[in-house]
Ligand binder design. Structure first.
Ligand code: NAP
Length: 243
């Protein structure tokens, strides 16, 4: 049994888990299982993919789940689409919780994807990517740049003009300043992940490093909120009071 399924992997999901735990809601959080040190959360936790829409439907039916909150990352694409399809098939209430994008600062630019961002750059620049290990589109096409790719998990088989820097975030502002200065970074390419603070962006601004933000992917249709309080307020009555 699990009245509520939370699809996690974000700060907002962590905060929501804490909140539903305090409310005594029978909830499970699901993590993709992609990091080697998964988080410890105060509610039932499962790890790993469901096996597509069919697998998710089976899980929801088996656990007699009454509602789903999709609090995956703003750049997650498959899981939100699968959640939308599974909940539509089963007639389950579903909510997307996704934090707002970064407040824009004059001088920043944006690009639809990493490849477009890299192709827009002049040669001979030191570029820092914080866009993750999964999409390295355009890296191979720019041997005239020096590209530093910051990730939590290692990347194999990079071309010689690209290097992998392993870091476990979050870094504070001072650490971000040191990193940008030490590697003489000219351009920072980051996802428009959003969040209350972004020390890497503040540090880039302070040092005059150019910032390019990758646009978010479109979200599946359906209700979207941006805060944990709104997500809690959305909970169907039978989930909130456990009937
Ligand atoms: P994705 O493209 O939406 O998902 C790929 C597959 O991973 C899904 O089809 C699903 O497998 C499985 N999956 C994803 N999230 C899951 C979850 N919470 N519980 C169980 N299975 C999950 O997602 P992604 O971009 O690879 O991200 C994976 C996870 O890392 C997400 O939970 C996301 O919140 C987190 N994350 C992503 C980013 C990013 O930039 N994309 C950044 C930080 C954190 P099945 O089809 O087998 O169910």
């Amino acid at each position: 049994m699990s009245d509520l399924l939370i699809l996690g992997g974000t700060t907002e999901a962590r905060m929501l888990c804490a909140q539903v735990h305090l409310m005594g809601i029978d909830a499970t959080v699901s993590l993709a299982g992609v990091t080697s040190r998964p988080e410890t959360l105060p509610i039932k936790t499962r790890n790993g993919g469901f096996g597509g829409v069919d697998g998710l439907c089976s899980w929801l039916e088996m656990h007699r789940t009454k509602a789903l909150i999709d609090a995956t990352h703003p750049f997650a694409t498959k899981m939100p689409t699968n959640a939308e399809a599974a909940c539509a098939r089963l007639g389950l209430p579903r909510l997307r919780l996704v934090r707002p994008g970064f407040a824009r600062v004059a001088g920043w630019s944006s690009a639809p994807n990493l490849e477009a961002a890299l192709l827009s750059l002049q040669p001979d620049q030191n570029v820092l990517l914080t866009t993750g290990k999964n999409d390295l589109g355009g890296v191979a096409q720019r041997p005239d740049l020096r590209i530093l790719i910051r990730t939590i998990e290692p990347i194999e088989d990079l071309p010689s003009h690209a290097r992998n820097l392993l870091i476990r975030p979050p870094l504070n502002w001072e650490a971000e300043i040191d990193m940008l200065a030490q590697h003489e970074i000219d351009v920072l390419i980051a996802k428009d992940s959003g969040g209350v603070t972004a020390p890497k962006l503040d540090a880039a601004n302070a040092l005059g490093v150019r910032v390019i933000l990758i646009d978010r992917p479109p979200q599946p249709p359906g209700p979207i909120v941006t805060t944990v309080d709104e997500a809690v307020a959305w909970l169907p009555r039978e989930v909130a009071i456990g009937t």
